[in-house]
Ligand binder design. Structure first.
Ligand SMILES: Nc1ncnc2c1ncn2[C@@H]1O[C@H](COP(=O)(O)OP(=O)(O)OP(=O)(O)O)[C@@H](O)[C@H]1O
Length: 612
């Protein structure tokens, strides 16, 4: 295919005759004779060449020859001029056609050029797009790099800040330690000064006391001499009086014996009387023992019970109960303001115990079977106290026994368990039987170290508690609930966990025992006997605010209720040990710190023995 770019365009008219000569001849109105026309036709037929020869340059001489021949013929013709005109017109027409064709080719060339320009434009556009894309990618990459750089800088800044904060914290801790150390030194110095002052005072008192004692001893010595002499005279007179009396008595007895021995009737009566008296005494004593044993068995409290609201006998405790109810009318401060007396428990646990107490009371009222309970948790967290309060609130009697008491009973254990349940059934109100340290008695039956008697006792208990009871609520307390026999666990309806007291509970406990052991230390206790006991000294309390107690509560983390009660007992002892019987914040803190250190030591030891 030829294009403008390939070089000059060759019109096909120049290589081939535009109009075949025969056409030219047919178009000419030839007026020549028929012979001439015939000859022309013959000539045409002769010169016609369907495959005209061409030179290498594409020139066909035959056409030219034919043209010349035609021209000659035209010249000879009469219509030559017209023919020539016609040919000229034909030639012009052809020229116009060629010009149109040229214009067409030029239009094609222009179109081609436009296409080429479009392709170039598209290429350039693509290039520009690619460049833009590359540029955008570059920008993105740079942006990412910048972001990463910023992030790294941010990280390092943060690390620097953290380090700075850490250093500041460390420095403030150091400062705090220095401050504490200085405070401690000041305290120690103060204590030392106070000790020295007390020592001097004690020494002065001692010297004064020695001088006074010496004076008194001298006085006493003189008085003693006088007394001694008076006593000797009195003793001599007494001795003489007794000697005379004994002599007179023996004279009478001797006379009587002599009369009996000499008179046979009197001798028989005397021997018979003495024998009858001995027999009477023996019979009375044994009879009383048997009767008492019977009464004890019928009415008495089983020996397994350690503590009971019912007392050992129905009549016992009547007087003390009356006294304590009288006392409690005048003193309404025995409870700490909550519904569970002096038991301080976490709010949710306390609510649960109260609900249980209410439910138990309603159960009794509706003659429905009781629900058995299990209290578990670390030692000294108030399980026993809560059980006692639960029984009190539910209006039941309660009895407390310890699991550890069963094993030493040996073969008697089974009888005692039955006795216990028989006794419990006699309670009109219903009885809450609380078994403390339940795991010691009710542990898994197939344990190898369990004795046969113990196993039988457990079986007896299982037998007595097989059905839901309307008389007895069983409340078990243990530190190891996992050790209980599965049959025992199956009898439990309610399980309550008693955890170590939290911050708030420790504060309340400290407040409670401050009130009990310190504030009320000088008050008299209920009961007749206490009327004759010496009244304890009243303790002066200074500066024990709620803040001081909260500080102590924060320090005594992990303390059980029992440990907090003991801590306050130690505070009381420290106060009684001080000379002015006064409790101040310093003394309180001193005891708390000492107790906290002791607690940690104990934990370390138990941890070490646990590891071993
Ligand atoms: N929650 C508490 N509220 C008031 N006092 C408490 C509490 N917990 C313990 N105590 C004090 O600790 C003593 C022991 O409490 P209690 O006998 O109820 O504990 P326990 O959980 O039954 O202990 P254990 O498992 O050793 O038998 C109580 O006499 C009381 O002084």
């Amino acid at each position: 295919e030829r294009t403008y770019a390939d070089g000059p365009f060759h019109f096909p008219a120049f290589s081939t005759p535009a109009t075949p000569p025969e056409e030219v001849s047919s178009n000419i109105p030839i007026a020549a004779s028929g012979s001439q026309t015939q000859s022309v036709k013959q000539e045409e037929t002769r010169v016609r060449n369907d495959n005209p020869r061409t030179t290498a340059a594409g020139f066909d001489p035959e056409a030219l020859e034919r043209g010349a021949k035609a021209l000659r013929e035209i010249n000879n013709s009469s219509q030559a001029k017209k023919v020539f005109e016609l040919m000229k017109k034909q030639e012009e027409t052809r020229q116009v056609e060629l010009a149109a064709e040229k214009a067409k080719f030029q239009a094609l060339q222009a179109q081609h050029e436009t296409d080429r320009q479009r392709v170039i434009y598209d290429e350039q556009k693509k290039l520009v797009q690619q460049q833009a894309q590359t540029k955008a990618q570059m920008a993105r990459y740079e942006d990412e790099l910048a972001r990463k750089r910023m992030q790294a800088e941010h990280e390092s800044q943060r690390a620097r800040n953290q380090e700075l904060v850490k250093m500041q914290e460390e420095s403030s801790i150091r400062q705090e330690q220095i401050r504490r150390a200085t405070e401690e030194q000041i305290q120690a110095h103060k204590r030392q000064t106070e000790r020295e002052k007390a020592e001097i005072e004690r020494e002065t008192i001692r010297v004064k006391a020695i001088a006074e004692a010496e004076g008194r001893a001298h006085e006493a010595k003189l008085a003693e001499e006088v007394n001694r002499r008076m006593l000797i005279e009195k003793a001599n007179a007494e001795r003489e009086k007794w000697v005379t009396a004994i002599n007179t008595t023996f004279e009478h007895i001797g006379g009587g014996l002599r009369a009996i021995l000499t008179d046979q009737n009197k001798l028989v009566v005397a021997v018979g009387g003495v024998t009858a008296l001995a027999a009477g005494i023996y019979t009375t004593r044994e009879g009383a023992r048997v009767v008492w044993g019977y009464v004890d068995r019928i009415l008495g409290q089983p020996s397994l019970i350690r503590e009971s609201s019912r007392g050992k006998y129905p009549w016992s405790g009547f007087f003390s109960r009356a006294m304590s109810s009288l006392w409690s009318k005048g003193n309404k401060t025995t409870t700490n303001g909550n519904g569970l007396g002096d038991v301080v428990l976490h709010h949710s646990l306390q609510k649960r115990v109260e609900q249980l107490a209410k439910a138990t009371a309603n159960t009794k009222a509706h003659q429905a079977p009781f629900r058995n309970m299990l209290f578990y948790g670390p030692p000294g967290t108030g399980k026993t106290m809560a059980a006692r309060e639960l029984a009190r609130k539910s209006g039941l009697d309660y009895a407390l026994m310890t699991g550890g008491d069963v094993a030493p009973l040996g073969s008697q254990a089974v009888t005692k368990i039955h006795q216990l349940f028989d006794w419990a059934k006699k309670s009109n109100k219903g009885l809450l039987l609380f078994i403390d340290e339940a795991d010691a008695f009710l542990c898994e039956r197939n344990k190898t170290y369990m004795s046969e008697a113990q196993r039988s006792a457990l079986n007896a208990l299982l037998f007595r508690t097989g059905d839901q009871s309307k008389d007895i609520v069983l409340a078990l307390a243990t530190n190891r609930p996992g050790d209980l026999d599965s049959a025992v666990a199956d009898r439990i309806d309610e399980v309550l966990e008693f955890p170590l007291p939290g911050d708030e509970e420790r504060f309340k406990l400290l407040k409670l025992y401050l009130n009990k052991y310190i504030e009320k230390a000088g008050e008299k206790k209920p009961g007749l006997l206490s009327l004759f006991k010496p009244r304890p000294r009243k303790i002066e309390i200074k500066g024990i605010t709620d803040d001081v107690l909260r500080e102590a509560a924060a320090k005594t983390e992990d303390f059980s209720g029992r440990e907090i009660a003991k801590l306050m007992a130690s505070v009381q002892a420290a106060v009684y040990g001080s000379k002015d019987c006064e409790l101040n914040a310093n003394l309180f803190r001193e005891v708390v710190d000492y107790k906290v250190a002791e607690h940690q030591q104990r934990r370390m030891l138990s941890g070490a023995s646990g590891d071993a």
